[in-house]
Design a protein around this ligand. Structure first.
Ligand SMILES: [Zn+2]
Length: 108
């Protein structure tokens, strides 16, 4: 999977390049506290985008980025599991409502 420069959008031939060979932009991604909060919030609130961060951070060589990637992965999985659980729960409630209204009809 080739990486592209976020500044000049050229494909960077080296997988582990720290700087873009064309424009010199730093390619390492931020591990600042502010950035971590954004990553974790995105993972929790919009899980599909969380996977994008997970992929991006896990590809980084350093330990700190990998930890952020793993935490984001856990949060994304929790968020997805919660939304599936809520969805199933609301479907069950809906089913019961339909069944009970159908039941009252059949009694008639
Ligand atoms: Zn560039």
């Amino acid at each position: 999977m080739p990486i592209t420069c976020s500044s000049c959008h050229k494909i960077i031939p080296l997988q582990d390049a720290k700087f873009c060979p064309y424009c010199g932009k730093a390619l390492t991604i931020s591990t600042s506290a502010e950035k971590q909060i954004v990553v974790y919030l995105v993972s929790l609130l919009v899980p599909p985008f969380g996977f994008w961060y997970v992929w991006k951070y896990l590809r980084q060589g350093d330990r700190k980025s990998k930890i952020i990637g793993i935490v984001a992965a856990v949060l994304t999985i929790i968020a997805i599991a919660t939304s599936i659980w809520l969805w199933e729960k609301s479907l069950t409630v809906l089913n019961q409502k339909i069944n009970s209204s159908l039941g009252s009809f059949s009694v008639y």
